[in-house]
Design a protein around this ligand. Structure first.
Ligand SMILES: [Zn+2]
Length: 712
């Protein structure tokens, strides 16, 4: 099969991530025709060769030698000094104030002093005002400590240095957040589903916990936590802790998280939230108007937990509940322990988006239980989770579904590798590779990471690999580890125990080289072969595929149909597709994020009004960034993007706002640089210099915008 036949992705794929939530239904009018989405539909076409036969990208970078296990681990995205002192417990006493859009109160840290000569406690903070720092004396009394707040680094925030000459067992900081806290979003009632009460929620990953709690904001440190939270009496407050399904809404709430977590799993939400159970240990928190729909959508959650437990051992976190957030949530989901935060864009009526829940649940093992020590090892969280997600999907919904999702992911990865800096194509990053952890290359971290584990699984077979992975989760449970530690464990417990199956050179090629190693396993999808044939036939003849075929298509097949299109089509071709499939106006974000950029690039003006409504309604970066990126490619589109963004901004999360502002600013800079009049005497007029001027060092002063928004 021709490589372009199925690997020819649109640019939309370049700027998007697919591994979390790939499945969307079509608009409601088409639902009945597509309702079978997740079942194994009747075989529609011959299981022909799959479209992933194209050669794997060549390894482009020189192999970096694995780090020695004894090497000192440094988290360059934190001011904390874990080799001197570690927080073992965090006690919060907070007040949530919707009027001022602030959280204020105290954070008390139980400290383990590792360096007995240390005299300072260094904490991370961002846009937080510090009123007081105190230390607990041996006499049980609190006394003031000197402190200093450093200048603000655009990525790291401000270092809070507290003088602790006596190394107190506990330190207490009194503080207040800023209304602009990067890790919090405050929504007016009008931006919620119910429109009656305001809403607030946190997103701490990657390094935004420091914007609402001053703390050692590095995944190298794990701590238990407790919290007392005061809020308006009509607001239910939830945290990534022991939420009580029967909690009385009285404005005064207490929480305990008895398992040690890294700071990025600290989470809070407050609003008009009600609970409805799914199973004995799972349920949904959502606004009242959303909760029934959410329960119906996520009804398989209990089955997913059972499936994951059979593979990887007991779920160790007590309850597993879901919190459905407003559409402005910048991610698909966030694996906050005991309470996954999820976008409502996955609630579409036919359970076709449940791979998002499989992903977030999988983090209960990969990520929350065994955690990356620094952002340089992000694949340990996301790659392993994407692998586990696929196993859950396969177990519940069949190999066809898992295979289609893997093909879509790997096509995206191959496309991304065409432009991605080789140093960011490595699973294990080196110090300095990643300036801002929000900008990690998602396809590499998620898809290449999962592909590596799929390679191991294929070589060893599930009878060997599954128990090994379960053992890995057990061995490192509640620890934060590096890629070097993973590698050592892999060598000792899999490679050396089962000789002549995989070499460490092969392992190291996956971990430390760019690209995908030769010999990577391919995945076959017969269903996509049918899609390819349908698309190619239409391109050659303008004859749409027989509805008998397309009526059976799942969202994954529609995604593949669109991704295989050329970069641009003729407007009349788009009109033909639109008339037949109602792409414009689709509530299905996975379709929208591919259709609108194609329409924009092709000059299909009919899609514009609905495109505008979509980006103003939805704040999930993955879904809207490809559309903004397509818009800003033309001056007229840039103007439209700016107008849409101005209307949407009040409802966007700060993380999304930063991303959109970055894309718009970059486009404007580019436009400005290309209109600079030629000046023979000026050095900047040389083509090389002009080129360098097009890429500003800093796209946005607060939150530099990723071109490829990672999901969680
Ligand atoms: Zn994830």
């Amino acid at each position: 099969m021709a490589r372009g036949g199925c690997g020819g992705l649109t640019r939309a794929a370049l700027n998007s991530r697919l591994s979390v939530a790939k499945a969307f239904p079509m608009r409601p009018s088409n639902l009945s025709r597509l309702v079978l989405s997740l079942s194994i539909a009747a075989a529609l076409g011959l299981p022909m060769a799959a479209c992933t036969k194209s050669p794997a990208p060549e390894a482009a970078a020189t192999a970096a030698k694995p780090a020695a296990s004894v090497e000192k681990v440094v988290d360059e995205h934190s001011y904390a000094e874990p080799d001197k002192v570690r927080t073992t417990d965090l006690a919060l006493d907070l007040k949530v104030d919707f009027a001022s859009k602030t959280i204020s109160g105290t954070a008390t840290y139980a400290l383990e002093w590792i360096d007995k000569a240390a005299t300072q406690l260094a904490l991370d903070s961002r846009d937080i005002s510090i009123q007081k720092a105190e230390g607990l004396g041996a006499d049980g009394k609190w006394s003031d400590l000197k402190f200093a707040l450093g200048g603000k680094d655009p990525i790291l925030g401000s270092k809070l240095t507290i003088e602790t000459p006596n190394r107190p067992a506990k330190v207490r900081v009194t503080y207040a957040t800023s209304p602009e806290a990067s890790g919090l979003q405050w929504l007016e009632p009008s931006m919620t589903e119910g429109k009656k009460t305001p809403f607030m929620f946190s997103q701490s990953q990657q390094i935004h916990a420091r914007s609402w709690v001053p703390l050692q904001d590095t995944p190298m440190i794990r701590f238990t936590y407790s919290a007392n939270v005061k809020a308006p009496a009509d607001a239910m407050v939830l945290m990534s802790a022991d939420n009580d399904p029967a909690a009385v809404r009285d404005g005064d709430y207490s929480f305990k998280m008895p398992q040690k977590i890294p700071s990025y799993l600290l989470a809070i939400a407050a609003g008009d939230l009600v609970f409805k159970p799914i199973g004995a240990r799972s349920g949904v928190w959502a606004e009242p108007t959303m909760v029934d729909k959410a329960v119906a959508e996520f009804i398989d959650t209990e089955k997913m937990i059972d499936t994951a437990e059979k593979l990887y051992g007991p779920y160790r976190w007590g309850r597993y509940d879901l919190l459905v957030l407003p559409p402005s949530f910048p991610y698909g989901g966030m694996e906050n322990p005991r309470l996954t935060f999820a976008t409502p864009t996955v609630i579409v009526g036919d359970k076709s988006l449940v791979s998002l829940i499989a992903h977030e649940l999988a983090h209960s093992w990969s990520g929350n239980l065994v955690t990356f020590a620094t952002d340089k090892d992000a694949w340990l969280n996301e790659g392993t989770t994407t692998y586990v997600q696929s196993r859950i999907t396969e177990s519940l919904y069949g190999r066809d579904m898992a295979a289609m999702e893997e093909v879509i992911d790997r096509n995206e990865l191959k496309e991304e590798f065409k432009e991605l800096d080789p140093k960011l194509q490595r699973l294990s990053l080196k110090p300095g590779d990643l300036a801002d952890p929000d900008n990690s290359s998602s396809a590499t971290v998620y898809t290449k990471g999962a592909w590596f584990l799929q390679f191991l699984e294929q070589r060893y077979g599930r009878a060997v690999f599954d128990p090994w992975l379960k053992g890995y989760f057990d061995h490192f449970a509640f620890q934060s580890i590096t890629t070097a530690q993973f590698r050592d464990y892999l060598k000792a417990n899999l490679v050396d125990k089962h000789p002549n199956v995989v070499t460490m050179a092969e392992v190291d090629a996956w971990l430390f080289d760019a690209g995908i190693p030769n010999g990577a396993p391919v995945v076959e999808s017969g269903k996509f072969s049918t899609v390819n044939a349908a698309r190619i036939a239409w391109q050659g003849s303008n004859n749409l595929p027989n509805p008998i075929v397309t009526d059976e298509w799942t969202t994954q097949e529609w995604v593949h149909f669109l991704e295989g299109m050329p970069d641009t089509l003729k407007p009349e071709q788009l009109a033909q597709l639109d008339t037949a499939y109602k792409f414009t106006g689709t509530p299905n974000g996975e379709i929208a994020m591919r259709w609108y950029p194609l329409a924009e690039r092709s000059g299909y003006a009919a899609a514009r009004p609905e495109l505008g409504k979509f980006v103003e309604r939805v704040g999930r970066r993955k879904l809207i960034m490809p559309i903004y990126t397509a818009l800003v490619a033309t001056p007229e589109g840039l103007a439209f993007a700016e107008q849409s963004f101005a209307r949407a901004k009040p409802g966007y999360h700060p993380i999304t706002t930063g991303s959109v502002e970055g894309v718009i600013a970059k486009a404007k800079d580019k436009a400005a640089s290309t209109t600079v009049p030629f000046q023979p005497d000026a050095p900047a007029a040389t083509p090389g210099k002009m080129e360098s001027m097009e890429v500003p060092q800093e796209l946005h002063p607060v939150d530099p915008a990723p071109q490829t928004p990672p999901e969680s």
